[in-house]
Each structure stands twice: as C-alpha cells, then as structure tokens.
Design a protein around this ligand. Structure first.
Ligand code: N01
Length: 552
C-alpha cells in the first residue's frame, strides 16, 4: 500500500482513501510517528496545517525564539545515524537551527512524501461497523484508517488577549505564535509587546536590541534565569557524539526527560550558607541549574519562597530603576509554578532609555485603539503591536475540530470539564485513537521529544501485540481511565504547580475548567507506568478480535 502520497490521495473513484493510519501534525511527534509506522510497513498519511515539517518551530519564528532545553536532550535519540550526522552549533539552539534540524530529519527519512501540508483536519469520526476512522480535511480529503494518531502538540492554538478594540489597531500586529517568515525590522518604530511568558521574554531581549521606543506591557511577571548559552566547539561535539548512548540513557531515567542537573538534596537539609552557595553556583552555571539544585522546590513552600527571594534579589541587582525592578519581581505565586524561563540579558533591557516597562497591575489596559494602547493613565501611541499572549494549551488543538468516538461520542463533550484520558495516550470510548504527548501525560513538564519517542514506541509495540493476537480494536476501560486520572490528581495535590494562573491549569483561557491535568510524577515514572501496562499484557485495555480472522 506504500507509495507517493499525492497519488494515493486522488483515488479515481472518489471513494475514501483506505490507509492503515492517519497522523495529525508534522511536529517532532508526528514526524517520528510517520517514520515508525512506515517502518512497520503501514500505509500512512500525515496531515499538517503548516507549509512544512517542524510544528511549533515552523510557526514560532519570532526574534529570539530558542529552546530552553539543551539540544543534546532536545533531539531525536532513535537513530544513531541522525545523531552522528547532525551537529549542533550551540548548547541551546535557536529556532532557525531547530527548524533546520527538523528539515534535515525529514530529508534524511524522506518524510515529506507522506505528509499533506497546508491542510487541516475538519473531523475524525469512528465508524464502529467498519472499524475505521473517517478523517476529513478542509481540502476535501476523505481518508479511512484503522488507526488515528493525534500528534497535535500541547501548544498549537494561539490565544489572543481579550482586549477591546484589538481589531481596530491600524498599525502592524505580529503574533509570536504565527510570526511572518520574512524578517521584521523594528528599528526606529514605536513597538508595544503584550505578554511576558517564555515567548515575550525572548522577544524583549531581541527586539530590545534594535527598536525605536519599546513598551513592554506586563501583567504577571515571570521568573527568568540566565541561560548562559555557549557555542559548541569540535571538542564538545566529539564528547557528545562519543557519549550519546549514556546521555540518552540518563535523559530517559530523569524526571524531566533530559534536563540536568537534577538534585536529590532537600533544600533545608543543608545549612543556610551552603544553600546560598549552591544557588550562586547554579546561577553562574545558567540553564535550569537553579531549578535542579534541590529536590523539593515544588513541594516545600518555604524552600520555594527562599529561592524566589534569591531570584528577586538578582533582579534588583541588575535593574537600575528601583520602581521598574520592583515591578519586574514576581510575587504572589511560587517560583517554577509558571514555566521557568531562561534568558540572555532580559532584565538588562530595562536599563535602556527607550525600553519602558508598563505595569498593568498599576495601570491597566482599557482598550486598543487604532493608534495605540489606551491605558488608564492615557494612550501609548504605537506603530506596531506584538502579541505573545500564549495558547489554549493541552486541549485546544483536539477541541478545534470534531472528534467523534464510538456511538458518535463527542470529545468536546468528554473534555468539557478538562482533559480526561488514559496515560495521556488513549481515550475510553475512542477505539484505535492515540495521542502523542497528550494532555494527561507529562506533556509540558518534560522534554517533549523524549515523550514523543516514548509514546510512539509504546503505541507501535501495542500495534504489534494487536496484530500478533488477531485483534482489531483497542481502547482503555472507563475504570482504567478513572484510575489514571486519580493518580494524576493525587500527584497534582502534592505540587505547587497549580498555584499560578497559567496554561498548565487552563487558567489563562476564560471559561475553561481550571485544573492540573498533566502527570506531575516525572518522565521516568511515567515511562515506568506505560511499560508496566505492556508487561502486564495490556491490563486496562479492551480488545475486539479481527472478525476476518475469527473462524478462519
Ligand atoms: O505564553 P504564556 P508563552 N493582557 O501563556 C499575557 C513554551 N515556550 O507563549 O500571566 C495582558 O506563558 C500573560 O499574562 P498573565 C513554554 O512551555 C517555550 O510565552 O495572564 N497580558 C502572559 O504573560 C511556555 O510556557 C519556549 O497575567 C496578557 C503571556 O501573555 C509556553 O510555550 C519559548 C493578556 C502569555 O504567556 C507558552 O509561553 C516560548 C492580556 N489580556 C514558549 N492575555 C522555550 O523553550 C495574556 N497575557 C524557551
């Protein structure tokens, strides 16, 4: 059944195109899924709204976009050939290099021939009588597939700020999540930025370098720490390439799927001076070292507050204007409960005479006008407005089109009070449907490429089990799903991650049910759960036999 995708997508009869699997999304999860399914000899098609591979790295071309995980971790581990052939230029790669890497992998594995780009899925519906997923697109495609793999990513539906008058702005609007492909020149222009999460912080450090007047409209400040990125020289590269097996093994055994260091000391197990010295070292080392220095920063509020104070002190040491420094210091939520950001000279930008912090808690936005942003205190005239206001995360992508399970059960109804699934991989009532990096797995709390690979490998192993045993459909039991959601809830109660209003909890989208639905037990533990299920012969899953084989 293999062959060129365009040929297979145009059947002469106009009948649905029959495939083994449809994969939605051409990010790192979807790319690996296509490769792994093809390796099993399956006929597949990938559907992707963007014009090429890369997922979030295809869309997020804003100035300063960079991964805050080291590339030695944030890259595929499944192919020794790819690991050896590709060479990273820096510890933390920028978006152009990560996108170039995605393209390199796509070329190497010839992935594009099975992707349908600039195409959106409009509906996916399970046909129980025929045991197929019927998947339709906005280009009139109609596929029928035994399996449907949703590799739609936790962050793919941008969220605009709900501010009156946005559509009336007469200047240029740029969205971090859908940045133009050509370079944007801000020099000499009056530019505003709304949003100071990971994206906004990266934009500030880059746009701040060449801009006329820059107004950073900040509602909640984020904690950000120095990345201290470094170029990789020939010796570094050799060291990495010689040790990939052990580096990957360490990543798989870690809570974050690769972030290092990961401390196992409790904060108060050491005397004050020693704790401070360790934090100072971590600050100097950069990256996520501060987060990794102690084991209990997200479960011990006193420890968390002391580390938050340490970072607030650092902000005060950099930012010269005391009022601006005070406004930049995050308060009222635990450090690391919002995604910890890494930056290069973020706070330094605010010492420049043309970079202005606007504290929206003190002076809220009343409206956006054709000529600028109207604050309570008056209007800030602008030529351009950058929105870095985040995403409808975790559930947004799968709720953006119709997904209908057995008996027409609608996923939007199933998830109306939040994401609910089994291992973040499968859904009771939705046979043969899989999610890659789904909302109830470790999702945004660990290295997404590690999760993608682990999920896809687990899914393909289950497919092998299905085929080897003459089975046709698989889905989790409702009880299994409940048990998983209880595990998640039990773990979530122990962390402070839900104590900030973020996309982690749905708190950034009005009307969305709030709750921490990700697995907070860490990547390694998550992998253990998944493996235990496979080792048990897939307990908590129900299968139906392949009727074609029954009695054969
Ligand atoms: O989005 P966010 P993001 N008026 O939701 C503000 C990953 N990522 O795109 O918090 C004013 O974090 C909002 O303010 P508040 C990473 O997982 C990774 O930055 O609601 N402000 C907030 O400041 C990350 O967590 C990397 O008060 C408004 C901001 O918009 C995730 O993507 C880089 C507003 C949104 O922050 C999302 O990050 C980039 C309004 N009406 C992203 N509405 C790296 O790997 C919203 N905001 C480095």
């Amino acid at each position: 059944m293999m062959g060129d995708v365009e040929e297979r997508l145009r059947p002469a009869s106009g009948d649905p195109v029959r495939l083994d699997a449809v994969v939605v999304g051409a990010g790192f999860g979807g790319m690996y899924a296509i490769h792994a399914l093809r390796e099993r000899g399956m006929a597949v098609v990938g559907i992707e709204a963007g014009g090429d591979v890369g997922g979030v790295w295809y869309w997020n071309r804003y100035p300063g976009a960079r991964c805050d995980l080291m590339c030695v971790d944030y890259s595929y581990s499944f192919s020794e050939e790819i690991q050896q052939e590709w060479t990273w230029s820096e510890q933390f790669a920028g978006q152009p290099e990560i996108l170039a890497y995605a393209n390199f992998v796509a070329d190497k594995l010839d992935l594009r021939k099975d992707f349908r780009f600039e195409t959106r899925v409009t509906s996916a519906a399970w046909d129980d009588a025929r045991r197929v997923w019927a998947v339709k697109t906005n280009r009139g495609d109609h596929f029928e597939a035994t399996y449907c793999i949703m590799a739609t990513g936790p962050l793919s539906i941008p969220k605009d700020p709900e501010i009156a008058g946005l559509e009336t702005f007469a200047g240029d609007i740029y969205r971090a999540q859908k940045w133009p492909h050509e370079e944007v020149d801000f020099s000499g222009r009056r530019v505003g930025l709304i949003g100071t999460g990971s994206s906004g912080i990266q934009i500030v450090t880059e746009v701040g370098k060449a801009v006329g007047e820059f107004y950073v409209f900040q509602r909640t400040p984020s904690f950000t720490m120095p990345m201290r990125n470094a170029k990789l020289d020939a010796e570094d590269i050799k060291e990495i390439k010689d040790h990939y097996p052990s580096l990957r093994a360490a990543a798989r055994a870690s809570a974050l799927g690769g972030v290092r260091p990961a401390g196992n000391r409790a904060f108060f197990s050491l005397p004050r001076q020693q704790r401070l010295a360790l934090l100072e070292d971590a600050w100097k080392n950069g990256g996520h070292a501060v987060l990794g220095t102690f084991s209990d920063l997200l479960v011990n509020p006193d420890a968390n507050e002391q580390v938050a104070d340490f970072v607030r002190d650092k902000i005060g040491q950099v930012v010269k204007d005391p009022k601006t420094a005070e406004a930049l210091k995050p308060r009222g939520y635990p450090i690391f409960a919002r995604r910890p950001c890494l930056d290069t000279d973020y706070y330094e930008q605010f010492n420049k005479p043309n970079v202005h912090l606007v504290d929206l808690f003190e002076d809220p936005i009343e409206a956006i006008t054709p000529t600028g942003v109207k604050l309570q205190s008056g209007e800030v005239p602008l030529d351009a407005l950058i929105l870095a206001t985040g995403y409808d995360g975790l559930t947004g992508a799968l709720m953006a089109f119709e997904v209908l399970g057995r008996d027409g059960r609608d996923l939007r109804e199933k998830w109306q009070y939040g994401a609910h699934s089994w291992l973040g991989l499968m859904l009771a009532g939705f046979p043969n449907l899989f999610m890659v990096c789904g909302a109830n797995g470790p999702a945004a709390l660990a290295n997404i490429i590690s999760i993608d690979e682990q999920n896809v490998d687990w899914i393909t192993a289950l497919m092998t089990h299905i085929e080897a045993n003459g089975l046709a459909t698989v889905e989790p039991t409702p009880e299994g799903e409940e048990r998983w959601m209880d595990i998640i809830a039990g773990l979530a109660e122990k962390t402070m991650l839900s104590k900030a209003n973020t996309w982690y909890t749905g708190g950034n989208v009005s009307g969305k049910t709030r709750g921490l639905t990700m697995f907070t037990g860490g990547f390694a533990k998550y992998s253990e759960y998944c493996q235990a299920v496979a080792d048990s012969g897939y307990a908590e899953l129900v299968f139906q036999p392949d009727e074609a084989l029954v009695g054969a």
